[in-house]
Ligand binder design. Structure first.
Ligand code: CIZ
Ligand code: SF4
Length: 305
């Protein structure tokens, strides 16, 4: 098995060189995909790496909105996905027309949208945000009477509690993170009483309220490294646990719930990376008019953080 993995790994390396490509893997990708990648990170970190690299081709191992975000920031590069059908159900819960309607109902509201949205939705937003900076973005909007926050109702709930703002929210959610239940955290805490509990803000509010720290995946990576604690209960998609263990071999990481698996994140395989590099597809490209408007919402976020 190890031999087979290295054969695929070598093939990927060879093709990467031939195509002048880099491979980016989201923190939730399969271990072997993370190992094949040049960089791992959250969606914004990876999109910013894509914008900076000299490589001409970006192989984005993640879900569709993430590859779109990379394409929005790097219009001159070829962004390809090993499996174009890897989507994000949360992002698919809000269409641009839904947001247009919500905006028409609240004409004075400022619109803030989680990065887990399509490019068309981002084009309708005033501000994009990530789970790392959602609170900071909303805090800047002190003078705005009304705020629309889409699509994740649980991230919205967390931001409302942190900022004291009441917002107009959408009914979206992550089907993977809601699988982590309060009793799972309770059970892990019983087995590992000294472990710090890190939880993603896409989790249920009852789970969020049990956490020592509510963090995005990039923040979890940083927190695990810098904390004096040596044991952590990890309340997010289980792919991150592989990265945490690899980066911190002396520390212990326990998934809050093994069932918190995002099937779309697991669609990408080494074999599909090879085909993508061989055939140079499927390309993700955002039409220029939408790209320009979507980029504005990302730029506004980057001005804040
Ligand atoms: O922005 C990302 O990469 C997502 C969706 C999760 C996270 O917290 O990193
Ligand atoms: Fe979307 Fe949830 Fe999967 Fe992230 S873990 S890509 S939010 S469905």
């Amino acid at each position: 098995m190890a031999k087979e993995t290295s054969v695929l790994g070598n093939k990927i390396k060879e093709l990467k060189k031939k195509r002048n490509a880099i491979i980016l893997a989201h923190n939730y990708q399969l271990p072997e995909v993370q190992d094949a990648a040049d960089y791992r990170g959250d969606s914004l970190e990876l999109s910013r790496i894509a914008a900076k690299t000299d490589a001409e081709v970006i192989v984005f191992c993640g879900v569709y909105f993430m590859a779109e975000t990379a394409s929005i920031l790097s219009p001159d590069k070829k962004v390809i996905m090993p499996d174009i059908n890897a989507g994000c159900p949360m992002a698919n819960m809000l269409k641009a027309d839904d947001l247009k309607k919500l905006k028409a109902e609240h004409p004075k509201a400022v619109t803030v949208g989680y990065v887990n949205t399509s490019a068309e939705v981002k084009a309708e937003l005033d501000y994009c945000c990530t789970s790392t900076n959602a609170v900071a973005v909303v805090n800047v909007l002190k003078n705005s009477e009304e705020i629309i926050f889409v699509p994740d109702k649980y991230l919205a709930d967390f931001v409302e509690k942190k900022t004291g703002r009441k917002m107009i929210i959408w009914n979206g959610f992550c089907p993977t993170h809601i699988k982590i239940l309060p009793e799972d955290v309770k059970c892990e805490k019983k087995f590992h009483p000294f472990a710090k509990v890190m939880v993603h803000p896409e989790c249920l509010p009852q789970v969020v309220s049990m956490a020592d720290a509510v963090l995005s995946t990039s923040q979890m990576a940083k927190f695990a490294k810098e904390s004096e604690a040596t044991e952590f209960i990890v309340g997010t998609e289980i792919g991150l646990v592989y990265r945490l263990k690899k980066d911190n071999p002396k520390k212990e990481f326990y998934p809050a719930a093994e069932r918190a698996v995002c099937p779309n994140m697991k669609r990408t395989t080494e074999e599909k990376i090879i085909s993508a590099l061989e055939e140079m597809k499927e390309e993700v490209k955002v039409p220029e008019d939408i790209r320009k408007r979507a980029k504005k919402s990302i730029d506004r976020m980057l001005e804040i953080v």
